[in-house]
Design a protein around this ligand. Structure first.
Ligand SMILES: [Fe+2]
Length: 241
C-alpha cells in the first residue's frame, strides 16, 4: 500500500502473461473476458494484524516442528533475509508463511502423487514475523526437485513457497524462492513464463558462506521487495490469478 493509503497498480510489463501454454494449467486459468476492477472494502484494508504472541516457539523451525523420532533427513539450511519496500525501508510485522517438499521432493499432502518417500519427521510448513528492521529467519532442510504432470518430463527445481501477509486481507502476496546454482531453474516451465531474466534472478536465494553454522547448516539469503523496480515477482499479481 502506498503512503496515501491506495494500493499500487500491478506492473504488467514485469509479470508473465496469463496465458502461457507451456505451463498447462495457465490455459484454463487465463481470463477469457476483460478484467473488472473492484474497490477494496474497509475490512480488506484494515485488518487483521498478527503479533509474535500468536506464533509457537517452533513455528520457524521446520527441522523440529514436525519431528517425531529425530531430525528429518536432508541438508540442513538457514533461510534468512529482509522484507523491504520500494525505497529499501524495512517492513516490520509482516507474517511470512512457507511450505515446501521434503529432501526427496515429496510434499506431505493428500493429493501428492510423486513416488518419493515421506519423511516421518518432516511436515514442511512454518511461519514467522519480520522484526522491527524487517528481518526474518527460519531453519529447514533443503527441498528436493520433483516431477509434476505437465509435459512428459517436467520437473520443478528445488523451491520454497512463501506467503507474505501485511496488515490487511488484501495484502497477501505469494511467491517462490529458488536456490543459487540450480541448473533446473532454467528448465522449469513455470519459471520460464517470466519474460525478464532479472525478475527470475530476484527469486533465487544467494548461498551465503558467511552465515553458515559450523558443522550444522548452510545459509541462503532471500530478500523480498514488495514494490518498485526491484520488486520480487509475486504469483498472485499475475493476470488471472
Ligand atoms: Fe512446490
Amino acid at each position: 500500500m502506498s503512503e496515501d493509503g491506495t494500493y499500487y497498480q500491478r506492473d504488467r510489463s514485469w509479470h508473465p502473461p496469463a496465458y502461457t501454454p507451456q505451463y498447462k494449467t495457465s490455459v484454463l486459468r487465463a481470463p477469457q473476458y476483460p478484467l473488472l476492477s473492484l474497490e477494496n472494502t474497509i475490512s480488506e484494508m484494515t485488518g487483521p494484524v498478527f503479533g509474535h504472541d500468536k506464533l509457537g516457539p517452533l513455528d520457524n523451525d521446520l527441522i523440529r516442528n514436525y519431528a517425531k523420532t529425530g531430525d528429518p533427513i536432508g541438508q540442513r539450511i538457514i533461510v534468512y533475509g529482509r522484507v523491504l519496500d520500494e525505497n529499501a525501508r524495512p517492513v516490520p510485522g509482516a507474517l511470512l508463511e512457507f511450505w515446501q517438499a521434503n529432501a526427496g521432493g515429496r510434499y506431505r499432502h493428500r493429493k501428492e502423487s510423486y513416488l518419493a518417500a515421506l519423511d516421518p519427521n518432516f511436515g514442511g510448513c512454518g511461519r514467522t514475523i519480520t522484526d522491527q528492521e524487517g528481518h526474518y529467519r527460519f531453519r529447514t532442510i533443503k527441498p528436493g526437485a520433483y516431477p509434476w504432470p505437465n509435459g512428459v518430463n517436467d520437473w520443478r527445481p528445488a523451491h520454497i513457497h512463501f506467503s507474505v501477509f501485511g496488515h490487511a486481507f488484501a495484502q497477501r502476496l505469494i511467491t517462490q524462492m529458488y536456490f543459487e546454482g540450480d541448473p533446473m531453474i532454467w528448465q522449469c516451465p513455470i519459471v520460464s513464463t517470466i519474460p525478464d531474466k532479472e525478475a527470475i534472478r530476484q527469486l533465487i536465494a544467494a548461498l551465503d558462506r558467511n552465515n553458515t553454522i559450523h558443522m550444522d547448516a548452510l545459509a541462503y539469503k532471500f530478500d523480498i521487495v514488495l514494490r518498485g523496480r526491484r520488486s520480487t515477482l509475486f504469483e498472485n499479481r499475475m493476470e488471472g490469478n
